[in-house]
Ligand binder design. Structure first.
Ligand code: NAD
Length: 416
């Protein structure tokens, strides 16, 4: 097994240095970008259903706000660490920067196991966390959103807790809310839709016909399943899918309606009649045109990258490819659409939600997707142009676009 450095904070720092070389990044700005501006650690007591009181730990990392308020999700997980939250807040700065949103990066976490918590306990934790970080968040300061094991309901509690503290409705303090309290139409499909928009652009550049193109998707969850349906509508053939229990493969194409039926009766896509069972590792190495990792980080590594056969890898998941694997894929002529671009549709529609909240005026789903299309196409073109200009992969191109924009803001504001 190859030893790779998989510390997310150190990887994020290396990516800044790597892209910085191509734009002669001012060393002072590089130093500024390598650390979050503020990291708040809080503890708060919560009354559990059995009457006992437990003290939970929460974190909010605010990386950089040179071009706008901090923006980023809140993760509920027993393994949340300060380093992980710091790295995720950095990636949010670059994700917002690459698609040109007027936001900097933030991220939050609460160390807890949501699978062991009742709805009442989850609500009390969510309210207490927001009260603890209230001094540093707000519609013009820092706008949280859902992440791993947080959802629209959690956002509604958070918005309500913050609104009560302020004495008036503050819909714009978090995004990813239910529609009835200021959520945006299209938010649930946004990440997959954004990913499909950049796949369309990449296919155009490569001369790849999407009609009949073979697609494998690792992780048939929210993003993976929506991407499958959208690509199917464009004429792609979905040949492989997987979830945490394993994968299925049919080179002639998988009927997605049958997958939905099978998944609702068995809880998984595995053993779908008419398909061959494969492992998640095998899925990554199939002879397909498009591979979409949509599950976990560190799936394509130095160990398996040389066996990836796809023409395009669209990183719907965050961090599915290690830095070493990225170099191998690039050397092998595989086009990798990096996570900070490929899954930025989610934060883009979060931005649209916030804009609608501030205007108190709401758009149709068609309007939302039309604006998303414009943003994602422009972002792809900018990244592609940067990668061509500097003869680098799209990931480095994406960092060049994002860092150039943030560096300019830092400069004109007089920080460096
Ligand atoms: P999800 O929980 O709905 O789906 C995840 C899927 O991955 C599930 O089908 C699960 O069974 C599968 N999975 C879990 N462990 C696996 C394993 N070891 N091997 C293969 N599959 C496994 O999550 P989601 O919202 O679809 O998010 C997927 C990825 O996309 C994550 O990396 C997330 O950070 C990223 N992402 C999501 C959004 C969003 O808007 N939901 C936005 C940006 C990035």
């Amino acid at each position: 097994m190859t030893k790779e450095n998989l510390n997310p904070f150190e990887i994020a720092q290396q990516q800044i240095s790597e892209a910085g070389k191509y734009i002669s990044l001012d060393p002072a700005i590089e130093e500024i970008l390598k650390q979050p501006k503020r990291v708040l650690e809080v503890t708060f007591p919560v009354r559990m259903d059995d009457g006992t009181v437990r003290v939970f730990k929460g974190i909010r990392s605010q990386h950089n706000d040179a071009i706008g308020p901090y923006k980023g999700g809140v993760r509920y997980h027993p393994d949340v660490t300060v380093d992980e939250v710091k790295a995720l807040s950095m990636w949010m700065t670059f994700k917002c920067g690459v698609v040109g949103l007027p936001y900097g990066g933030g991220k939050g976490g609460v160390i807890c196991n949501p699978k062991e918590l009742s709805q009442g306990e989850l609500q009390r934790i969510s309210r207490a966390y927001i009260e603890a970080i209230a001094p540093i968040i707000g519609p013009d300061k820092d706008i949280p959103a859902p992440d791993v094991y947080t959802n629209a309901q959690v956002m509604a509690w958070m918005m309500d807790a913050y609104s009560r503290l302020q004495g008036s409705n503050q819909f714009g303090v978090v995004t990813g809310k239910p529609i009835v309290v200021g959520g945006s139409l299209g938010r649930e499909k946004a990440t997959a839709q954004g990913c499909v928009f950049v796949i369309i652009k990449a296919a155009e550049k490569l001369g790849l016909d999407l009609k009949g193109a073979a697609v494998a998707i690792q992780g048939y969850g929210n993003v993976g399943s929506q991407a499958a349906f959208l690509l199917n509508q464009l004429g792609c053939k979905i040949v492989a899918l997987s979830d945490s229990r394993g994968g299925i493969y049919n080179p002639d194409g998988i009927d997605l309606d049958k997958v939905s039926e099978h998944k609702s009766s068995t809880g998984s896509c595995v053993n779908l009649p008419g398909s061959r069972s494969i492992t998640n590792a095998e899925l990554l190495e199939l002879p397909v045109d498009i591979l979409i990792p949509a599950a976990l980080e560190n799936q394509i590594t130095a160990d398996n990258a040389a066996r990836v056969k796809a023409k395009v890898v669209a990183e719907a998941a965050n961090g599915p490819t290690t830095p070493e694997a990225s170099r191998i894929l690039y050397a092998n002529g595989i086009t990798v659409i990096p996570d900070i671009l490929a899954n930025a549709g989610g934060v883009t529609v979060s931005y649209f939600e916030w804009v609608q909240n501030l205007m108190h005026y709401y758009w149709s789903e068609e309007e939302v997707f039309e604006k998303l299309r414009t943003n994602m196409y422009n972002a792809f073109d900018n990244v592609y142009a940067a990668s061509q200009q500097h003869q680098v992969d799209l990931r480095t191109g994406a960092y060049i676009v994002a860092i150039s924009r943030i560096a300019e803001a830092i400069k004109v504001r007089g920080y460096a």
